[in-house]
Design a protein around this ligand. Structure first.
Ligand SMILES: [Zn+2]
Length: 218
């Protein structure tokens, strides 16, 4: 089983992916982790990717796809996969389909975790963390006992610079621009499934598991 997991920043994709991996014994493959590993191991692919990044250019689709395919081949036997953060563009999606066809495989489902932009903004801009111990807080959903201070050590909480409103809006906008063609592509192939992420974590998990149980039966 190969599942693609799509979702904007702040949607809770990481949490749900983890449930998916644990519950269905799938392997989690993220393009970010994969890229990091290739660079750390100083492979040919890693060096090529690095040269694009050093010059401030995007790593080309073809290179990302080669890297992910190599990673997918390393996963032995019948283990299913969850692809996270990949494919990111329509070009990558097409290349992935081509590569899978060659090895007689296909994508079984694409899960699209949807959360309203306003809600995403509130979730992300409210995040705070403690610079001393790393504890995470939220100004609405997980407030410290004393405003702005860490419960365990009293340090002043900080906000990540890319969690500020302007940056968050831009991140969300970029996400929609990149993924809209991807969503249309998978919809047309009849493998797109929507998950409503505007609700509690447990409810999202329940929706997701019903869907995946159904896939496993088919
Ligand atoms: Zn602390």
């Amino acid at each position: 089983m190969i599942i693609i997991f799509l979702g904007p920043p702040g949607a809770g994709k990481g949490t749900q992916c983890k449930v998916l991996v644990d519950r269905y014994r799938l392997r989690h493959l993220s393009s970010g982790d994969c890229l990091r590993r290739e660079r750390e191991n100083d492979t040919d692919l890693g060096r090529r990717a690095q040269s694009f990044m050093d010059s401030g250019r995007l790593v080309p689709d073809e290179l990302i796809v080669s890297m992910m395919i190599k990673e997918m081949e390393n996963v032995n036997g019948k283990a299913g996969l969850v692809l996270d953060g990949f494919p990111r563009t329509l070009g990558q999606a097409r290349e992935l389909d081509k590569a899978l066809r060659q090895v007689g495989k296909k994508i079984d489902a694409v899960l699209n975790l949807q959360v309203d932009d306003k809600e995403l903004e509130q979730r992300i801009t409210g995040r705070r963390s403690c610079p001393a111990c790393g504890a995470a807080y939220h100004i609405t959903f997980n407030r410290p006992q004393k405003e702005g201070l860490c419960d365990s050590d009293g340090a002043a909480l900080v906000q990540r610079s890319d969690d500020t409103r302007g940056v968050v809006r831009q991140r969300i906008k970029t996400y929609h621009q990149q993924t809209a063609p991807l969503i249309a592509y998978y919809k047309q192939k009849n493998i797109l499934h929507q998950l409503d992420g505007n609700t509690e974590i447990e409810k999202v998990t329940a929706q997701m598991c019903r869907l995946v149980d159904q896939l496993a039966v088919d």
